[in-house]
Design a protein around this ligand. Structure first.
Ligand code: C2O
Ligand code: CU
Ligand code: CU
Length: 551
């Protein structure tokens, strides 16, 4: 890379006098067991300015996780913050107890392990914390990362997929900076970070390249386009490939939404182009527009650059053409729907200041708002009677947008999704197949993905239950067993007198069986082989299960 010469380029229109920085590319991890350590750090985004951050395995944002469809993913999350957190696998089809919602608390100093079969098709998903009323704070300070799922179908297509060479993560976030170097928790920022890099530039090869774009911002909606006016090709929406590439000139990307874009840069070596957000074209209800009642920001209502692309030489085996078709989807048939739910959004306010409700309700962690039958298909409507646009998200499923105000959505919006932007006055009709279970103890969330609105209770909970199966109690309470992973000692702390304590190995064999008295204690695993163990604590008619990783 010839970055030294390029770093002197000034990006016009952006933070005058600041030089371009090479865009950070988070490390790509491919493992049987992933270890994510969430901790507080200090990072210099701007030379000489120390910014307090939260990060995952590093100072800001986290590694990209590569998952393979059909494999079992194990992800150990260690919380080194001095506040609670959780970790949610946004878009992934996992049972409620593995989903990392607000109930799956990881206390300070504790670990939690998610273990699930990767069922999603190839696509770009992401992880972020989801603790009650702390999601915006923790995500804003830097806890999130991408998940790339690969599958056999996508592998057959001639698409760029060499990470960091022709296939690039692009996490878009705006930030509000305080003079002392801190990042404010504010809905709309004054400048951009791309993968945590201010004034970002990226050298790309002169061939077809793939950008995996995530709106990782707290509340701003981006209106993507390129400064040379070119069309670009969208190949995947939130939760997988589109049936065929779609050529577009602009793409509205709301919070939590992902898009995989292809750019054909063949023969363009030496040229530059800039990924822009055309905020000047956003209509008033969109956070990021020039709407004067919204919280102020230098980026509101203007077109601004986000990422400068500098075209370098092609790679050894370049992809030089965009495939004509991608995958065949079978969205659920509307005739299969067993129920239609109408979710009406109400309230008025600004992006942060305001209280927005779903069907008149606010989030209550102790209330399950909807009960859905496992294995069923439903039609949902989001009807927006508020003054703002809201990106609405469902956990545990991918959905298809059937209609916007009675009209079929544009082609780019006809693929599998998990966030949909619902503009003021719109009625957006979706269809979803609910294939993952979630009980009352670990229900799925559905909510506005504007993180300010989410933390301000614009969120409800649903169970997805098999009516044939016996109702089971609390299955798992990993927060009370720590640390995990461990090299020896594990402490447990439960809220009932312990009658029995059992440890099973990965084969289900009991390797330790003890009767104990107190509510808490320590177990020594140092004689046991490395691996995953299941710790079962029984007492007083209650049962707590936790996975423990011995290292
Ligand atoms: Cu991105 Cu409730 O999630
Ligand atoms: Cu989610
Ligand atoms: Cu909202």
């Amino acid at each position: 890379m010839r970055l030294s010469t390029l770093s002197l380029i000034i990006l016009p229109g952006l933070a005058l006098g600041q030089t371009l920085q090479p865009m950070a590319i988070p490390p790509l991890l491919d493992a049987d067991t992933f270890h994510l350590t969430v901790a507080a750090h200090t990072h210099q985004f701007y030379p000489g300015k120390n910014t307090p951050t939260y990060g995952v395995n590093g100072p800001y944002l986290g590694p990209t996780l590569l998952l393979h469809q059909g494999d079992t993913a194990r992800i150990v999350v260690e919380n080194q913050l001095n506040e609670v957190t959780t970790m949610h696998w946004h878009g992934m089809h996992v049972p409620g107890e593995m989903d990392g919602g607000p109930q799956s608390i990881i206390g300070p100093g504790n670990s939690w392990m998610a273990e699930y079969m990767v069922k999603n098709p190839a696509g770009t998903y992401w992880y972020h914390p989801h603790p009650h009323m702390l999601t915006a704070k923790q995500a804003n300070l830097g806890i999130s990362g991408l998940i790339i799922v690969q599958d056999g179908e996508e592998a057959q297509l001639d698409l760029p997929r060499t990470y960091g060479e022709d296939d690039f993560p692009v996490v878009l976030q705006d930030k509000k900076w305080i003079a002392n170097g801190e990042m404010a928790l504010y809905p709309l920022g004054d400048s951009m970070l791309v993968n945590g890099t201010p004034n970002a530039m990226l050298e790309v090869p002169a061939q077809v390249v793939r950008l995996r774009v995530l709106n990782g911002a707290v509340a701003r909606i981006f209106n993507l386009g390129f400064d040379d006016g070119r069309d670009f090709t969208m190949i995947a929406s939130d939760a997988g490939l589109l049936p065929a590439p779609v050529s577009i000139n602009r793409l509205l990307l709301s919070n939590g939404e992902r898009a995989e874009l292809l750019l054909d840069l063949s023969g363009m070596e030496g040229d530059t182009l800039t990924l822009m957000s055309y905020g000047d074209e956003l209509t008033d209800p969109m956070p990021g527009s020039g709407n004067l009642i919204l919280e102020g920001s230098f980026l509101n209502g203007v077109a601004f650059p986000m990422l400068r692309l500098v075209v370098g030489p092609p790679t050894a085996n370049p992809v030089t053409a965009i495939p004509a078709t991608l995958v065949t989807h079978t969205p659920p048939d509307e005739g299969e729907s067993v129920r239609t739910r109408i979710k009406t959004l109400t309230g008025t306010g600004m992006v942060a200041m305001g209280q927005f409700r779903i069907n008149g309700l606010l989030y209550d962690m102790d209330v399950v708002n909807d009960t859905i039958i496992l294995g069923s298909t439903e039609v949902w409507h989001f009807v927006n009677n508020t003054n703002l646009a809201h990106p609405m998200h469902l956990h545990g499923v991918s959905f298809y947008v059937l209609e916007r105000n009675g009209q079929a959505p544009p082609a780019w919006e006809q693929g599998p999704k998990d966030v949909v932007l619902v503009d003021q006055g719109e009625d957006v009709k979706l269809i979803a197949y609910f294939g993952e279970p979630a009980g009352a103890d670990f229900p799925f969330m559905y909510h506005c993905h504007n993180l300010m609105h989410e933390d301000h209770m614009m969120m409800l909970q649903m169970m997805v239950v098999d009516p044939q199966a016996a109702v089971r109690g609390s299955q798992r309470d990993a927060s009370h067993v720590y640390p995990s992973p461990t090299t020896g000692l594990v402490r447990y702390d439960v809220e009932f007198p312990v009658e029995h304590l059992r440890i099973r190995d990965a084969m289900g064999r009991v390797v330790l069986d003890q009767a104990r008295g107190p509510f808490q204690g320590t177990i020594d695993l140092s004689e046991m082989a490395r691996g995953v163990y299941l710790l079962e604590i029984v007492g007083h008619g209650q049962r707590s299960l936790a996975r423990v990783v011995k290292e």
